[in-house]
Design a protein around this ligand. Structure first.
Ligand code: ADP
Ligand code: MG
Length: 478
């Protein structure tokens, strides 16, 4: 039987406020355990939560960006469960009335576009952390993370493959960073996904029973976990078994998912409105003010790049993946002019991205800044150097040897465009290789590249490739 995968994602994005969602304690990552947990966070008797306006503003910003309805009144609820890293015995979350209602987002999978529905997004507090590795035979509890603001973004079960799920997660990851509401740091847990996965016979309507894989903190783990889970579920169903609805963990060392607990239902949590927090009412003015602060969103930027610079949809998607990369690219184009946008795009996505990755650098810390790369692209555009020689120049720029013009000058890399000079070189090569010439003229076309190679060698790669090609064709024909 052929099976179809169905995936819905819950994403937890830590909101980038300096203080916590219900207390004044700091949210900064990496402090010594329990140094950033105040009386509210550790749930001493008699304390009361106070809503952080910065968290609310960020949630609204997100809602507006996905075209969702912002609920003018929303309610905080207690989600009751027991765990050592949750000192209150409940998590303050939103249940029946979340701040952000239905919206959607467009994702790009290969060269296909797809719209994924967002069911809701709600505000909640994070829990602390249990430290299982630091103390032998014991578990430590660090409450620094307790009460850090989270936006939980729940998608519709609209994705049909791990590739779509990864594309969706990447799009969200890029969006929250564009909006400046989350730092997106996945290693530090600022952005993590739960994947709900089920399978159904292809062509049928009814969803299969899902499993939820918790806390995936890299795109690669998200992909691997889904792939493993799909195979596991199909195996069970094809051998006549049933899928148990459960929460599972992905073990990246073993590359498999494991059952964690059977799935709890909403009633297990005994949700009820938190009596310590009033229903949250938002004014139309507040929402309108936030609307004004929305930046150009990735999707709009991508469309503009296609239209304004004539880029392919793929190139535009790569270049707008982060705000910093898009800004870098536009700085290069502003200086070399839109007709050279494609060359600029190739350099940013190719050589530059390659060395940034190799040297683990962010584009904002590139040793070759945008105006310097523009200097190189300009020399390719005006035929001073060929694209091939440009790679050598770029490597030297990267190593701090100066800007493009200085390097071209000092290394003597200027392209030879004087056709008389190129002709002379060709004549010499033809004269020195009579045998190859005869073979070429008797139909061995492949030898053309032999002559190109000889000429390039003679000019240290500096002959203008197009001129060389044309002149060689002419001369070899006799
Ligand atoms: P819960 O709190 O029980 O996890 P939520 O409503 O918060 O429930 O989240 C459910 C998530 O699971 C959503 O992202 C939804 O799209 C997804 N989902 C629901 N049913 C299925 C299914 N049969 N297969 C895959 N994903 C599903
Ligand atoms: Mg869930």
């Amino acid at each position: 039987m052929e099976w179809e995968t169905v995936i819905g994602l819950e994403i937890h994005a830590q909101l980038s406020t300096t203080s916590k969602i219900f207390s004044g304690a700091a949210t900064a990552y990496g402090a010594a355990p329990n140094t950033q947990a105040c009386a509210v966070d550790i749930a001493l008797p008699g304390v009361l939560p106070v809503m952080n306006k910065g968290a609310v503003e960020r949630a609204i910003k997100f809602g507006l960006a996905i075209g969702a309805n912002i609920n003018r009144e929303s309610v905080f609820a207690r989600k009751n469960y027991f765990y050592p890293d949750l000192p209150k015995g409940y998590q303050i979350s939103q249940y029946e009335l979340p701040i952000v209602g239905k919206g959607d987002i467009t994702i790009q999978v290969g060269d296909q576009e797809k719209v994924v529905g967002i069911t809701r997004a709600h505000l909640e507090e994070d829990a602390g952390k249990s430290l299982h590795e630091d103390f032998h035979g014991m578990t430590g509890v660090d409450l620094n993370r307790a009460s850090t603001p989270l936006l939980e973004i729940v998608s519709e079960p609209d994705m049909r493959s791990s590739a779509e799920a990864v594309a969706y997660a990447k799009t969200m990851h890029s969006l929250v960073q564009y909006l400046d509401i989350c730092d997106g740091n996945m290693q530090e847990g600022s952005f993590r996904c739960d994947a709900n996965v089920s399978v159904r016979p292809k062509g049928t309507e009814k969803f299969g029973t899902r499993c939820e894989i918790k806390n995936l903190n890299s795109f690669r783990f998200l992909e691997r976990a889904i792939e493993y889970e799909v195979v596991r579920q199909i195996d069970i169903l094809e051998s006549g078994g049933k899928i148990a609805q459960e929460t599972r963990l992905y073990d990246s060392d073993k590359d498999e998912t494991r059952a964690m607990r059977s799935k709890e239902e909403a009633f297990d949590y005994r949700y009820f409105p938190d009596p310590d927090l009033l229903p949250m009412k938002l004014s139309a003015e507040m929402i309108a003010e936030i609307q004004k602060t929305l930046p150009e969103l990735p999707d709009a930027k991508r469309r503009r790049f296609i239209q304004q610079y004539g880029l392919s949809s793929y190139d535009a998607a790569v270049l707008t993946a982060t705000k910093a990369m898009a800004a870098y690219f536009e700085n290069v184009v502003n200086s070399v002019g839109a007709p050279n946008a494609k060359t600029a795009a190739n350099w940013v996505m190719g050589d530059l991205a390659g060395v940034l990755k190799r040297d683990s650098l962010e584009i904002t810390h590139s040793p070759v800044p945008a105006d310097k790369l523009a200097g190189l692209v300009a020399r390719i555009a005006d035929n001073t150097i060929s694209g091939k020689i440009a790679k050598e120049v770029f490597e030297a720029m990267w190593n701090g040897e100066g800007d493009a013009d200085a390097i071209i000058e000092s290394k003597g890399l200027k392209q030879i465009t004087d056709s008389g000079a190129i002709e002379k070189i060709i004549d010499g090569i033809i004269a020195a290789n009579p045998e190859q010439l005869a073979q070429y003229r008797s139909g061995k076309d492949k030898l053309f590249s032999f002559f190109v190679g000889q000429a390039m060698k003679a000019t240290q790669g500096k002959a203008n490739p197009q001129q060389l090609h044309d002149l060689l064709k002419k001369k070899l024909a006799g």
